[in-house]
Design a protein around this ligand. Sequence first.
Ligand SMILES: Nc1ncnc2c1ncn2[C@@H]1O[C@H](COP(=O)(O)OP(=O)(O)OP(=O)(O)O)[C@@H](O)[C@H]1O
Ligand SMILES: Nc1nc2c(c(=O)[nH]1)N=C(CO)CN2
Length: 156
Amino acid sequence: MSKIYLSLGTNLGDKKSNLEYALHLLSEKVIILKKSSFYETEPVGFKDQPWFLNMVIEGETDLSSGDLLYFAKNIESKMKRVKTIVNGPRIIDIDILLYDDQEIETENLIIPHPRMQQRAFVMVPLYEIASDLIVSGKSIKEIMESFKGEKITRQS
Ligand SMILES: Nc1ncnc2c1ncn2[C@@H]1O[C@H](COP(=O)(O)OP(=O)(O)OP(=O)(O)O)[C@@H](O)[C@H]1O
Ligand SMILES: Nc1nc2c(c(=O)[nH]1)N=C(CO)CN2
């Protein structure tokens, strides 16, 4: 079994149901150990789009990292994610943040996720469920010190 961290995001339709359905589909091959709260987050990158609902999970899986990516992309297709513009609106986006303590760099997969450290919508929920985690040699708290006011609210 490998320990994994995934980030989920959605900004179209019924966002809470989208996350819940994605978790249901993930649970076919991933044992979900911890779930962060849902966070309402302002769009990063392309601004003129609805706010996102984001969360992070910790899990365990027997899938290899490549098969996990394939499985996650299949869930996105099943939920009819339509590719629009880069950083644009989406029903569901599933990113692999960490896979054990491996560093992977293939054409299709980079782990740790190359943009995770710049994103409050990833690091804040990650801190909620794994405050002691070290990412590329840094504590999450240290990484979060460089954030500059990206708006993010934990849902009650
Ligand atoms: N750690 C990773 N998790 C998910 N996808 C990855 C990862 N590393 C590389 N990729 C590749 O990135 C490609 C594009 O992913 P996706 O469409 O989710 O990007 P995006 O959501 O628009 O942007 P971002 O990757 O910045 O969140 C995927 O098809 C996948 O091959
Ligand atoms: N707040 C927020 N912004 C984003 C998100 C996201 O999940 N949440 N995903 C992106 C591309 O993956 C680009 N911008």
